[in-house]
Design a binder for this molecule. Structure first.
Ligand SMILES: *[C@@H]1O[C@H](CO)[C@@H](O)[C@H](O)[C@H]1NC(C)=O
Ligand SMILES: *[C@@H]1O[C@H](CO)[C@@H](O)[C@H](O)[C@H]1NC(C)=O
Ligand SMILES: *[C@@H]1O[C@H](CO)[C@@H](O)[C@H](O)[C@H]1NC(C)=O
Ligand SMILES: *[C@@H]1O[C@H](CO)[C@@H](O)[C@H](O)[C@H]1NC(C)=O
Length: 419
């Protein structure tokens, strides 16, 4: 009798296994998506008046898609630009500490070592490198020393050319919009009543005035410069910055640089945005057309210092410079690039796109991080459909076979013994 029960065991076990297999296969499953691992990148934008830090992030598994990288956080470095530390290079490195400490908190600890860190310097350092290459090199060395002390993957501190700045800004704007493959003297531009003192030595340091430097002069003499609020003289001065005299190509913008006719949509960011935003919001002037932009520039240049301060209380820092800025933007767009009323409609002045500041920094990082190998995608165990079907058939046949065996055993048990 015990033998009979024992002989039932294998088919019963087989049946149980087949049933369990079928049940397991039929348990509803969900496609579980692991939260994508994020990658980070940091760019320090060392401008002439100040330095900003941008922390970017993107999902590691999608790094070649467009429109994926976004701004995670940003930080304004207190004090002036790094070029203002020409006399005290270590101070340039020290000035970055507060923002770098923030970056340590903003980027998760386990990602620190894999986070590229770049510093790009623009106009201020270009100028310093022209006038005092040793000081420029010491400042770069000092910031490099500071940046290598952090656990990030520091990839160098470089001075960007004006062309790089333009190209990377263009890359950023197109990337964010996701259509990458698929932008006692008088100064007529300063307000009447505004005056400032400059060292004669500093005046001739500028590449713009170096040619006018006299043989002998007292470089420590102080010159007082006062504004004269003269829109027409200011416009003449600004327009003198553009040369239209020679063009080696079929068409030029200015200074002999080739430019095709303007067509399509344009983003005017950074200083363009700040200038036009000032005209719109602080001055309350409309700038929807080129003619309005011109009228607004004349208007802001015609204000005395007292009028300007009364109109824009609490904005002293660059207040005296908006006239020159507005004139420059207006002249650059109309005469320089050749926008007319119709094509000007395609220009939008904006600071951010997709919550990310438009400037060269993101484009710079995008280009350079192409070299970073991607994280291997998070692998998960799973079965695809065809192996699922095969398993289903195996378990089903096991179940069937066990049933047949079982029936035969039971049947033979019922028959009287023939021996
Ligand atoms: C992105 O592109 C680079 C080069 O084309 C390639 O080596 C890398 O594996 C790609 N990364 C992903 C996540 O597809
Ligand atoms: C400084 O200017 C010189 C001459 O133009 C150039 O060769 C050098 O690369 C510049 N330095 C940096 C750090 O860019
Ligand atoms: C400048 O403002 C004065 C009044 O303050 C006005 O009389 C003059 O016409 C303005 N000039 C221009 C060019 O707008
Ligand atoms: C972008 O990166 C590539 C290779 O990393 C380099 O050859 C190219 O010059 C870079 N583009 C610019 C504008 O620097």
């Amino acid at each position: 009798m015990a033998g009979k029960v024992l002989s039932l065991l294998p088919p019963l076990l087989l049946a149980a296994a087949g049933l369990a297999g079928l049940l397991l296969l039929c348990v509803p499953t969900r496609d579980v998506r692991e939260p994508p691992a994020l990658k980070y990148g940091i760019v320090l934008d060392a401008g002439s008046s100040h330095t900003s830090m941008f922390v970017y992030k993107w999902p590691a598994d999608k790094e070649n898609d467009t429109g994926i990288v976004g701004q995670h956080s940003s930080c304004d470095v207190p004090g002036g630009g790094i070029s203002s530390y020409a006399d005290n290079p270590p101070g340039a490195g020290q000035s970055l500490v507060e923002c770098l400490e923030q970056a340590l908190r903003d980027v998760p600890k386990d990602r620190h070592a894999g986070t590229p860190l770049y510093l790009g310097a623009t106009a201020g350092m270009r100028l310093l490198n022209l006038t005092n290459p040793e000081a420029s090199a010491s400042v770069l060395a000092a910031v490099t020393r500071m940046l290598t002390q952090y656990p990030f993957d520091f990839r160098g501190a470089h001075i960007l050319s004006g062309q790089d700045e333009g190209v990377f800004g263009w890359v950023t704007a197109n990337y964010l919009l996701e259509n990458f493959i698929k932008t006692h003297g008088f100064h007529p531009c300063w307000p009447k009543g505004f005056s400032t003192q400059v060292l004669l030595g500093d005046v001739y340091q500028s590449p713009c005035t170096a040619a006018q430097q006299p043989q002998a002069f007292n470089s420590s003499a102080r010159v007082s410069l006062s504004g004269s609020s003269d829109p027409h003289l200011c416009r003449d001065l600004v327009s003198g910055l553009f040369s239209f005299s020679s063009c080696p190509f079929s068409r030029c913008s200015f200074n002999g640089v080739f430019q095709p006719p303007v067509a399509g949509n344009f983003i005017a960011f950074s200083a363009f945005f700040y200038t036009v935003n000032f005209l719109r919001t602080s001055m309350g002037l409309p700038v929807a057309t080129l003619q309005q932009l011109e009228a607004a520039s004349v208007n802001v240049c015609n204000q005395t210092w007292a009028q300007l301060q009364a109109r824009v209380p609490g904005q002293r820092a660059h207040l005296a410079d908006y006239c020159a800025g507005a004139m420059f933007v207006q002249q650059l767009l109309s005469r320089g690039y050749g926008f007319d009323e119709r094509t000007f409609g395609g220009v939008t002045f904006q600071k951010k796109a997709a919550d990310t500041a438009v400037g060269w920094a993101l484009g710079y990082m995008l280009n350079l991080t192409n070299l970073i190998p991607a994280d291997p995608p998070g692998l998960r165990k799973g079965t695809d459909f065809s192996s699922w079907v095969v398993l289903l058939l195996i378990f089903a046949s096991a179940l069937l076979a066990s049933l047949v065996l079982l029936l035969r055993q039971v049947h033979s048990a019922k028959l009287p013994s023939t021996i």
